[in-house]
Design a protein around this ligand. Structure first.
Ligand SMILES: NC(=O)c1ccc[n+]([C@@H]2O[C@H](COP(=O)([O-])OP(=O)(O)OC[C@H]3O[C@@H](n4cnc5c(N)ncnc54)[C@H](OP(=O)(O)O)[C@@H]3O)[C@@H](O)[C@H]2O)c1
Length: 266
């Protein structure tokens, strides 16, 4: 896949990995469009990268996806690449009686249904282009359950399965299907998730994206940078061991406060 002179739509391009894709793809000479829900963050991104085109759109809302499609294809008929990047990750204690249906389905709507709906909406347009591509951003946590964020892992595992099936179905078409399986990276998503832990040892979005673009240029269809490569091997060789490692901290994170009479009985 050539990464110059394309017209590329990135969902969730205002921070982290999506913003870095936008910056590097602009620098390579592409037309880049980004989405996000927060208009102030879209404006900030546009200030930092004035050539960007920004669209406020919520990937979990099917009506917003249709409106986005109409706007984008009217203004940018040469659109030939879709990067499904928008995502959220939440710590969820499934025994918490206060959890709502929204709490336990939000990541399905954003991280799984969102990309599937985007592909369904944009695929006929992509198929009409001389060359086209879809890049889905899954996660190392698609490879093994992650008990701290159980719905996130389920959504990403679903997206990975869908992406592999989509690649098979589109193999004799002009639309190439790529998957990036990132390891934990130093982005706002992790800052929110990890409650102030030092994230600077994690892979920087800049390096993650530079490596991914190199991979795409060489038609590497599934990319497992850094620790994601190790997780891929370990999840095949020793899945129970990996699950045990990723289960550490769950008891502490979701510890129930003991009733007062039990505490005083000690
Ligand atoms: N960081 C990691 O360690 C890591 C590891 C593996 C995979 N990933 C995946 O990489 C992708 C990017 O994550 P990141 O770490 O760069 O996160 P981030 O910095 O929090 O960025 C997420 C982006 O998605 C947008 N977004 C979130 N929900 C949206 C929605 N419903 N509709 C439209 N836009 C939405 C956000 O903007 P608004 O909030 O304004 O909408 C923001 O632009 C995600 O799919 C994530 O699951 C991240």
């Amino acid at each position: 896949m050539k990464l110059q002179r394309n017209t590329i739509l990135i969902t969730g391009g205002t921070s982290g990995i999506g913003y870095e894709f936008a910056a590097q793809l602009l620098a390579l000479g592409n037309t880049v469009l980004i989405t996000g829900r927060n208009q102030a963050k879209l404006d900030q991104a546009k200030q930092r990268l004035p050539q960007l085109h920004t669209f406020q759109s919520d990937v979990s809302d099917p009506a917003a996806i249709q409106a986005l499609f109409e706007q984008v294809t009217a203004q940018f008929p040469a659109l030939n690449m879709l990067i499904n990047n928008a995502g959220e990750m939440h710590k969820l204690n499934l025994q918490d009686p206060a959890l709502s249906v929204f709490d336990v389905t939000r990541e399905i709507d954003i991280d799984l249904a969102g990309p599937i709906r985007m592909v369904q909406q944009f695929l006929p347009h992509l198929q009409a282009q001389p060359t086209a591509a879809i890049l889905n951003i899954t996660s190392g946590l698609a490879l093994v359950p992650f008990p701290l964020a159980p719905v996130y892992g389920a959504a990403k595992a679903g997206l990975r399965s869908y992406t592999q099936a989509l690649r098979v179905q589109l193999q004799n078409t002009r639309v190439q299907v790529f998957e990036l399986v990132p390891p934990a990276a130093d982005t706002p998503l992790n800052t929110r998730f990890s409650n102030g832990q030092d994230l600077t040892k994690l892979i920087a979005p800049k390096d993650l994206v530079a490596g991914t673009l190199q991979g795409m240029e060489h038609n590497t269809f599934a990319m497992y940078p850094g620790l994601a490569g190790m997780l891929r091997i370990m999840s095949r060789l020793a899945p129970d061991f990996v699950l045990k490692q990723l289960s550490k901290g769950v008891a502490e994170a979701f510890a129930q406060p003991q009733p007062a009479n039990q505490v005083s009985a000690r």
